[in-house]
Design a binder for this molecule. Structure first.
Ligand code: PGA
Ligand code: ZN
Length: 418
């Protein structure tokens, strides 16, 4: 059974072009769409853009042509069930370290579409095929729902990017999602009362974008919403300041003030003492290792997640392990650009006792690949934005279906214990 690949340019949730790939074998047809970040790490694999007049330079016609003209013939005679062989054929063809020849968006689109085609050929759900590749036990994840947006994802003055509800104390995924959606609605009422209805317009990931600037204020609102609903035993908070975006000339610009790494670490420590914080992502710049080491010493038990720091790259993960810079991986498939490498990055992290949080990008699509991925990896944690906007809810809704079908256990609090 030969693989036929056909790519096209479609648009993502920000109206920017992205790569969609169909993989068919004459009987089955699988489809995958590649997501795209805004607060991207400098060490990520290269997302190939046309840089011409179309779509403000963001067109992906070159990446599409690379799938149709170069990747398709190289994969035609391979078995999609051998994900390693599929991905290695593309690495060989690309022959660069950061996938800049073909584009990580071209390679990943083909990689995910072939993975889905393999599941179809086996007659199993995608999460089960991922589980077969990763040799892990399936687990329903705790959703981390980003309900207040700042940074480059929103048009407000919040320097820190993401404030998430984490219903880790729920009994199952469906209950977790319900609690978070109810808290999201309660939060909306609290914001409207203080700041008026303009304050509940939403940012890129469906969270509210209120006119706040002080980084502790969203934590105060989230905590109030949680307590007023009586959910303090079940609902925690996670943050992603995405600090690389705040890093200017060796200091962190927070609310108009330049903070040293030490001052910022003290600020995080105070937040962790005051609010029910369960996870902190990218507290420091992607190359400010001293800051990362400092926060690990100050908050040794807290889950510290590396996103821009690690870029889902095994070499960066090894470097972070050597330096004890963090204790969890944020797994974004398009940062590294293939299914094989993403699963390898997760397994390397599990082996070291780290946590793994599977993640969407701020530029998303209706593709639900990461919902199946997180279950098949047994990672137990996913962030996919607010319980709002179709590209975010598509993942949560797919997880509801998987929970119903698989009966897999819920990750719960223990997946955050470090
Ligand atoms: P991005 O944001 O997709 O814009 O990079 C998500 C994140 O920083 O975790
Ligand atoms: Zn991040």
């Amino acid at each position: 059974m030969a693989i036929n690949l056909k790519a096209r340019e479609v648009i993502d949730s920000r109206g920017n072009p992205t790569v969609e790939v169909d993989a068919s074998d004459g009987t089955n047809r699988a489809r995958a769409i590649v997501p795209s970040g805004a607060s991207t790490g400098v060490h990520e694999a290269l997302e190939l853009r046309d840089k011409d007049v179309r779509y403000g330079g963001k067109g992906v016609r070159t990446a599409v042509a690379n799938v149709n003209n170069r990747i398709a013939p190289a994969l035609a005679d391979l078995d999609p069930k051998d994900q390693g062989a599929i991905d290695h054929a593309m690495f060989t063809l690309d022959a660069t370290k950061n996938k800049s020849a073909l584009g990580a968006n071209a390679i990943l689109g083909a990689s995910m579409a072939c993975c889905r085609l393999a599941a179809m050929q086996k007659g199993v759900p995608l999460y089960q095929h991922v589980q077969d590749i990763s040799s892990r036990k399936a687990l329903m994840p705790v959703p981390c729902l980003n309900v207040i947006n700042g940074g480059v994802h929103a048009g407000n003055d919040l320097d820190m990017q993401e404030y998430m509800l984490v219903p880790a104390g729920a009994d199952n995924f469906a209950e977790a999602l319900r609690m978070a959606a109810e808290t999201y609605h309660h939060l909306k009422g609290l914001l409207e009362k203080k700041y008026g209805k303009n304050s509940t317009n939403v940012g890129d990931e469906g969270g509210f974008a209120p006119p706040m600037a002080r980084p502790e204020e969203p934590l105060e609102f989230l905590t109030a919403a949680i307590e007023e609903l009586g959910l303090q035993d079940k609902m925690m908070i996670a943050m992603d300041p995405a600090s690389s975006e705040m890093f200017k000339e060796g200091k962190y610009l927070v609310q108009g003030t330049s903070l040293s790494a030490g001052e910022l670490a003290d600020r995080y420590q105070a937040m962790a003492q005051t609010f029910p914080l369960i996870s902190l992502e990218d507290p420091f710049d992607q190359d400010d290792l001293e800051g990362w080491k400092l926060i690990r010493q100050k908050l040794p038990k807290l889950q510290i997640v590396g996103d821009d720091l690690l870029v889902t790259n095994p070499e960066r993960i090894a470097m972070a392990m050597d330096n004890d810079a963090c204790n969890a991986l944020l797994l974004k498939v398009n940062q590294i650009g293939s299914v094989t490498e993403a699963i390898a990055a997760a397994n390397k992290s599990f082996d070291a006792g780290w946590g793994v949080m599977v993640s969407h990008r701020s530029g998303e699509t209706e593709d639900t690949f990461i919902a199946d991925l997180v279950v098949g990896l047994g990672a137990g944690q996913i962030k996919s934005g607010a319980p709002a906007r179709g590209e975010r809810t598509a993942k949560y809704n797919q997880l509801l279906r998987i929970e119903e079908e698989s009966g897999a256990a819920f990750g719960g609090r223990k997946v955050f214990e470090r």
